[in-house]
Ligand binder design. Structure first.
Ligand code: ZN
Length: 449
């Protein structure tokens, strides 16, 4: 592949590429707006067909999946599956936008519009990379497949089923996702995993109504105190979760992963500012190990009795704790829920443990696979600098669909600027980052051996 000429072509087509992005962002494909989403799926299909990508729309129980492919003439060629989403977040609050969210404008080298970065600009970079190679070379050195869903912003429910039912169609050597921002230093990132999340509630009701805290004070139980006692049995003073078996499936980071942590930037003063806390007391190794390789048990909220202004002398009838577990590789939500339930039943069987919907499994791909090395190398080539390599991020994405259901390595290479304002007013895609993304996708396609 003549990559030098292809990189020149990408710059030559810059204006047309930006125009395509503008048209794409004009589609108001808010996930819950079924009509707009369907229209956008048809728009995306015809855009891909126009760019020589064989494309089909697959109906699901929810929003349609847009699938495209360009197969190589080489029978032994490897396959890349690019994943992205064409649905967008709702744009409200509208009054905080400086320009209309679905009438994108360019200002200071950025395109402002809902979906410009999350995720239309990023998925389009892959499409345009393939088209530029096809125009120059007439064919691809490997098979490229695209899967673009319309429900990412509301939990990717239909995607799981679609992948379960279409494993043959989606056969690949690697899944590449470009979503989210690059590092805030501007450096590119390659991300190999996510934590999972499981939500549940603890609920204790001790009376059928709130009671007078004087007339009945001292003679009936208070669910807020009792629930607090239970919470205290779940964790010790060192933040160690004391539920039996909680850490059973947690595995230590590999030597390579420890090395990667050592290479990460770490500025606790700056982080404290960003997080709005006084101090971060952890050293670098502990900080990243906790964020990437250890699960958490978090109280998201406590609700009981009178919480508005002023006083109200009552004994609440009920107390609720909204809780979550962030899981790491090999942990699973069903197993953890059982262990938590068992713990609660032993300490206080009156407390109800209620599992919430929408679990997300954890997922991690080894950064030591040859294909992982190829992707890291390609990103380095495209950006002419070493990427920041994250063995895992602290947050959760449905990456397990690729690693657990499809059973393939999955690597995330975000293309958007760090201040893309995704999910917020004035979302924007920095156009240099957009163009760099196209170059990077070319290097990834060229770099897999
Ligand atoms: Zn998003």
């Amino acid at each position: 592949m003549n990559t030098l000429e292809i990189h020149n072509d990408i710059e030559d087509y810059k204006e047309a590429s930006i125009k395509t992005l503008i048209d794409f962002v004009k589609q108001p494909s808010i996930s819950r707006d079924v009509e707009a989403v369907e229209k956008c799926s048809r728009y995306l299909k015809s855009l891909m067909m126009d760019l020589s990508i064989d494309t089909k729309i697959y109906e699901t129980e929810g929003n349609p999946v847009v699938y495209g492919e360009v197969l190589s003439h080489n029978k032994d060629a490897k396959t890349i599956l690019f994943y992205g989403h064409y649905d967008v977040q709702p744009p409200d609050p509208l009054e905080e936008w400086d320009s209309p969210p679905f009438d994108p404008v360019i200002k200071n080298g950025r395109l402002y519009g809902r979906g410009a970065a999350d995720n239309k600009g990023q998925l389009l970079a892959h499409i345009l990379a393939v088209n530029t190679i096809l125009k120059k070379e007439g064919s691809l050195p490997l098979n490229v497949k695209f899967i673009f869903e319309g429900e990412e912003e509301i939990g990717s429910k239909s995607l799981t089923k679609f992948v379960e039912n279409n494993k043959e169609l989606l056969q690949t050597d690697v899944v590449i996702t470009s979503d989210g921002p690059k590092h805030d230093s501007g450096a590119p990132m390659v991300v190999f995993g996510v934590r999972g999340v499981m939500n549940f509630e603890l609920e204790l009701e001790t009376a059928n109504s709130d009671n007078h805290s004087g007339n009945k004070g001292g003679v009936i139980p208070n669910p807020a105190w009792i629930l607090n006692d239970l919470l205290h049995t779940m964790k010790d003073k060192d933040d160690y979760v004391t539920i039996k078996g909680f850490y059973d499936d947690v595995i230590k980071p590999t030597k390579r992963e420890v090395d990667l942590i050592n290479d990460l930037p770490f500025n606790p003063e700056n982080l404290a500012k960003v997080y709005g806390v006084e101090k971060i007391e952890l050293d670098k190794k502990t900080f990243y190990e906790r964020l990437m390789f250890l699960p958490t048990l978090t109280i998201n909220g406590l609700v009981s009795g009178h919480t508005n202004e002023g006083t109200k002398n009552i004994i609440p009838k009920k107390a609720t704790a909204k809780m979550e577990v962030r899981m790491v590789k090999d942990q699973n939500p069903e197993d953890l829920f059982k262990k938590i339930k068992k713990h609660v039943e032993k300490i206080n069987p009156d407390v109800k443990v209620i599992q919430q919907e929408e679990d997300m499994y954890p997922s991690r791909t080894s950064s030591e696979l040859p294909i992982s090395e190829d992707v890291i190398e390609a990103v380095k080539k495209a950006y002419e600098m070493d990427p920041i390599i994250l063995p895992s991020m602290g947050g959760s994405l449905p990456d397990y669909i690729w690693t657990k259901i499809l059973g393939k390595p999955s690597i995330m290479v975000p293309y958007a600027n760090a201040d893309e304002a995704n999910h917020a007013p004035n979302e924007n895609m920095d156009l240099d980052s957009f163009m760099k993304g196209i170059h990077c996708s070319v290097e990834i396609i060229n770099g897999l051996r």
